[in-house]
Design a binder for this molecule. Sequence first.
Ligand code: KIV
Length: 514
Amino acid sequence: MSVDPNRIIIFDTTLRDGEQSAGAAMTVAEKLRVALLLEDMQVDVIEAGFPISSAGDFEAVSQIAAQIKQTTVCALSRAVAKDIERAGEAVRGAVRPRIHTFIGTSPLHRKHITNMDQAQMLETIRSSVTLARSLCDDVEWSAMDATRTEREFLARAVETAIAAGATTVNIPDTVGYAIPDEFGALITYLRAQVPNMDRAVLSVHCQNDLGLATANSLAAVQAGARQVECTINGIGERAGNTSLEEVVMALKVRREHFHDHYCNVNTILLTKASRLVAAVSGMAVQSNKAIVGANAFAHESGIHQDGMLKNLQTFEIMRPEDVGLQQSRLVLGKLSGRHAFVDKLAALGYQLPDAQLEEAFQRFKALADKKKQVFDDDLIALIDDEIAQANHRLKFVSLTVACGSFGPQRAEMVVEVDGRTQHHIATGNGPVDAVFNAIRAVQPHEAKLLLYQVHAVTEGTDAQAEVSVRLEHEGRVFTGQSADVDTIVASARAYITALNKLLYTSERTVAAVA
Ligand code: KIV
């Protein structure tokens, strides 16, 4: 794919590995929004899902394949014929399709998972890559648990995959075990020992169990890897994955250190992507997260502030504008009309269909009535919330709560279920408990509440509260988020969003991945 040997291919797996984070399940519509933004950012490859895992994943990959025009759309599969065929079917409509097939190569995986000796494994690699290649010209092969695989065997496995037609070979540090100099040395070893290595792109995929995923990926780039797999906000299995924004900004800020290697990602969209992924995955970004955390560009100490006033470079290695971060500006007030509202949304990169626009405008008016100053961040939270709730089976209509020092607190909820208005009153130990009980009465379900979390979108007592709710049902976790100046209303909406995801997934899941 890459003709320029200095160009690093950015492979985003937010929608596949990222979605494997506990609680990060996304709907098809949410995945499509993320994919379209990744394409705008000029990411090179979007791993859109694991089509054999569920009907929902298949549908998400197919829809993304049909709508994305520039970026390669990739589907994951095990080294099993039915997986590979399903992946091929899901990306068939893509302008640039890729099938990604993997197998665990380490002694532990060979013994406990695939039950194969080395010869059997090499044969499986050959046949699975050959099958994938018969369905698609662009095939990636991954050696799962590569960093705990015998080096000589890994080299033979990589050589076999390339000989069978793999155009990219990926070396995952699946359990986040590697240390940067060691991982770099592994990449150097493979480049020297695999005779046909020049016929494929060498890629890396690092998990963050020891907090080293970005460092390992960059060490691999220095050793000659030319594709980095990563996710927005670093979400992913367990401690997560290499964070896309960290790799992209390291390459940009320290380009000379990486001997002029660069990537094509438009960094101005990093903050927007981070917020979108946090909203749809329900995984809030920690304040001190590099590049996209709320404090990433905040200077608190007097010495730092003094230096910054004299020269920004004293304490800043990149500018907030480079990652698309603007001061939270005062935008619109209660007298602002629809035209100004639509213009503002366009400036923030949103285009809503008419019905949703009307609903969003009414919510903005209500917000501007309650809140003196409406900032960009308020609008972004409101619109993300509005988009998240479109096409849901359950829709929040209204809520009245009686609370105070004399309990029990009481909630009167009106919710639309499949277009029919339902009304319920419930009591509870506190207003939030009462509201959740009322929702449970409207839509009975067995899910357990795992997390209820509130934080303020901006400053001041009239700030919107952003609420995250995480539900667990039959081992799967569903997260909803919502923002409102009324914390209890935001709580109700967040619970309803999580419940909608649960209902959506229950309807669509047909087979769990072994
Ligand atoms: O961590 C891993 O090994 C993976 C592969 C499928 C690339 O996610």
